[in-house]
Design a protein. Sequence first.
Length: 348
Amino acid sequence: MTQRISQLSLDCRASLREVLEAIQRGACGIALVLGEGGKLLGVMTDGDVRRAVLAGAALSDCLEPYMVRAFTSVAPAASRSEVLDLMRARMFSQVPILDEAGKVVGLHLLREVIGAELRPNWAVVMAGGRGERLRPLTDALPKPMVRVAGRPILERIVLHLVGAGIRRVFLSVNYLAHVIEEHFGDGATYGCRIEYLRETEPLGTGGSLSLLPQRPGDPLLVLNGDLVTQFDVASMFAYHCHGGYAATVGLHEYVHEVPYAVVDVAGGRLTGISEKPTARWLTNAGIYVLDPALLERVPRNTVLGIPSLLDDCLERGEAVGAFFIEDDWLDVGRQQELRRARGEESKP
């Protein structure tokens, strides 16, 4: 058990005064009530103690009748983005980490989760697409606002960026832009500053970069707004900067299993047969880091795809990095992928 958890931990026979002492000692705003084997039985904050006292309890009284048994916890494998999502949704400042046996193995604090090293980098999320392949869902809803596990895809992206230390986010909008703007506002609710790049006509994945109010001073993260992903933002920036690249493109492995036996034929004769072979390709994941100087090559209000910008770099002999995304990644651009993201269809 870590020193922090030891300082916060109490037996269920402890007094309310001891709860306050543990909260002060641990400086985390919470006390953990543990049972046999370190299993978490309940939690208490100073607010819980105040409510108990106002209800007539004395500080010398046992804490057990007043502890919160219906607490929220996460597993050790929960990502920073998932934890931040939960904390913001439930207005929590602390979330215990429990193993399979219910034993406390750690504690997430909002100040630490959202207080990840602040990055000077900006992020631009392309959220202006119409989403024709997801109709009729997108007839009255922008594709990035389609919900996965109860939350819009775009909101998941914003929370992930905030959890990675990014505090200035631009949303490139066009189709049903008001739906997105009304949902996110200025971004204060999400712990960041959100600004909008308003396309009067669709400008492609790169054209709206010309609408940025100024040139950023640090590498710019650009990504599609229909991605369900937990990619490592910090690692991608580090890879880009260490390699000295003009641009870095995120890659994801696409795997396809042929559902039939594949045969090789030469001269009318069978020369080989493979039963349901698997083919693998590295594909563009729709996530990029761009050197600020590249923005000078984006013409104002002109349709431009970022792949074209990458081609231009290659033609000029400039190095373009290839960053492999090993974390969860899914492009929710078609009904099949959306069903998979919602857990309604298994991965092939």
